[in-house]
Design a protein around this ligand. Structure first.
Ligand code: TXA
Ligand code: MG
Length: 349
């Protein structure tokens, strides 16, 4: 039986936080909000608690978890050493949606890192997450709180839909503001490498530490199993039940092509959904259309992307035709999630 604990992020009830923290200390799994997406948390120093996360999520055991801290001093028992570039980035972007991969401390069990000698760490920018970690007094390992392969949860109802009956408790604490998972940056080697784009953009990172390499799988499938530096890159992700197809190109041609594809799928008897933007939704008034956000403000698209994918499932769409966005700034994070949701099915209009 899963307890749902309601906490207002603007007015934190410390007793409710303590209740959840006690469960963490007992080795239980508790879902909690962060500024990116909801996390599925357990004591990062307790191997059997961490094992429970993998079970609840149905996550492949070779995909490592991120360790969440509330205080820089907590790094002492999480990483062996903090590189100077990491320090610069922490000063600038923590608390915030940036995960930094460093050499792991021996106290962090290999269950957390999926056997790797490195560990991803971040300090979330969310009052509930920070209060929970502080009250538990231990670093908290947490992947996104979805069933493996589903869109990440950004609202309590998404977590309840996926995790009810599978974990001890869910903290229901409002909607996540960023909406896509943290940026994952590897600083354990000679050169910084971006594995997963997120709210802290490539441009923002380079402003602080100079050149950052980009892993090749960000907008493309990775086929060479052995060569995948960050295991999360190789899994099918973020998938609604519907088949998602992205259409990219100049916007007028995108609109025309989406209508043409929509008509063709309709004729075959499919229930077709269209993921458009505020600027374009009026063009599709004869179809099931959802505006995911504002093209001029890509952070609004990031914030609503996963919820929108889940809405198409609720509406029983069989096929979702989605407008691409420009892949720079936060747009790179949006397209990274969209191409995975689409299984890399992209039409160039
Ligand atoms: O915003 C977020 O990062 C959310 C919230 C809950 O903090 N968490 C999250 O965790 O998205 P998860 O497990 O869904 O994604 C973690 C990603 C995976 O793609 C994983 O492969 C990569 O980070 N990762 C973690 N540790 C790594 C390591 N040591 N080396 C390479 N990749 C790593
Ligand atoms: Mg995830």
């Amino acid at each position: 039986k899963t307890t749902v604990i309601d906490i207002d992020p603007e007015n934190i009830n410390e007793d409710a936080i303590r209740k959840a923290a006690i469960l963490i200390r007992k080795g239980e799994v508790v879902a909690f909000p962060t500024e990116t997406v909801y996390g599925l948390g357990a004591n990062a120093l307790d191997a059997s608690a961490v094992h429970r996360i993998f079970e609840a999520k149905g996550r492949p055991s070779d995909n490592p978890l991120i360790v969440h801290i509330c205080d820089i001093s907590m790094l002492e028992e999480v990483v062996e050493h903090v590189p100077s570039k990491a320090l610069l980035l922490m000063e600038r972007f923590w608390p915030g949606p940036l995960t930094i991969i460093m050499k792991k401390h021996k106290k962090i069990p290999y269950e957390v890192t999926a056997g790797l000698d490195t560990v991803g760490v971040r300090m979330p920018d969310h009052p509930i997450a920070l209060a929970l970690i502080r009250s538990a007094g231990v670093p908290i390992a947490a992947p996104s709180a979805n069933i493996s392969g589903r869109p990440s949860p950004t609202k309590p109802e998404h977590v309840i839909a996926d995790m009810q009956g599978r974990i001890a408790a869910i903290i229901a604490g409002g909607t996540c503001k960023v909406g896509v998972e943290s940026t994952v940056l590897d600083l354990s080697g000679n050169n910084p490498v971006l594995y997963r784009p997120g709210g802290i953009t490539l441009e923002m990172l380079e402003e602080v530490i100079g050149k950052v390499d980009t892993a090749s799988g960000i907008l493309k499938p990775v086929f060479a199993e052995g060569a995948v530096p960050s295991p999360g890159m190789k899994y099918k992700h973020y998938s609604p039940k519907a088949k998602v197809i992205i259409v990219d190109g100049p916007i007028d041609r995108v609109i025309a092509r989406i209508k043409k594809e929509a008509d063709a799928y309709r004729q075959k008897g499919y229930n077709v959904g269209i993921m458009a933007t505020e600027q374009t939704k009026a063009m599709y008034s004869e179809y099931m259309v959802i505006a995911v956000g504002d093209r001029e403000k890509p952070e609004t698209i990031a914030a609503a992307l996963f919820d929108t994918l889940r809405l198409f499932d609720k509406a029983k769409a069989d096929v979702v035709l989605a407008e691409a966005v420009d892949a720079n700034g936060v747009g790179l994070a949006i397209m990274n999630r969209m191409v995975r949701a689409a299984g890399f099915d992209i039409i160039h209009a």
